[in-house]
Design a protein around this ligand. Sequence first.
Ligand code: E4P
Length: 220
Amino acid sequence: MKFFIDTANLEEIHEARSLGMLDGITTNPSLISKESVSNQKEIRSHYLSICHLLKNEEDISAEVISTNYEDMVKEGEELSLVHPRIIVKIPMTQDGIKSINFLSKKGIKTNCTLVFSEGQSILAAKSGAYYVSPFIGRIDDISYNGLHLIKNIKKIYENYNFKTRILAASIRTPLHIIECSKIGIYAVTSPIQVIKNLLRNPLTDIGLDKFMKDYKNKII
Ligand code: E4P
């Protein structure tokens, strides 16, 4: 199971790397806007800095901010030239799937984002997206079941042997990660804190405390 970190922050990426929990990065325009960048040139240079932190098979999804086909394709081609580890992230719109289709045929890897239904996931796969990003947490936010969607997408992709990889996004809790692992999802993307929350268990803390006390009481 791959752990992607949903951030554009270099410190968080370093932290994930130091924990040994970094398999890739996803970003989006909201995350980019939190960093000290104020124009396209700075944003691309920021992506490049992130790429330099990545190794082996790791990649970073960089989202287009254009909304029409011609501009999305142009922006996608430009982003792909910034660094070979960049995956062009494209929203699930009509122009989006046309762009994914075009870019995929040119050998440019894409991540189809803002996916909220089984139907959208089929279109993402048929367009040739390398990743599909269903947003689990945002579905839960409106009282539907994000994990149920992920399970269905996995089933559909298996039925047709679609090659698109499922990158479960909008992961908000450790339980999301655990349930995705049971379903057999390729990757999850979450803030680093959600991964750190997997660590937490009071019995571990109590147990460690007792081991240390027992040891110190007897051994000098
Ligand atoms: C995924 O690619 C998105 O960037 C992200 O996971 C959205 O998460 P959020 O719903 O917590 O903003």
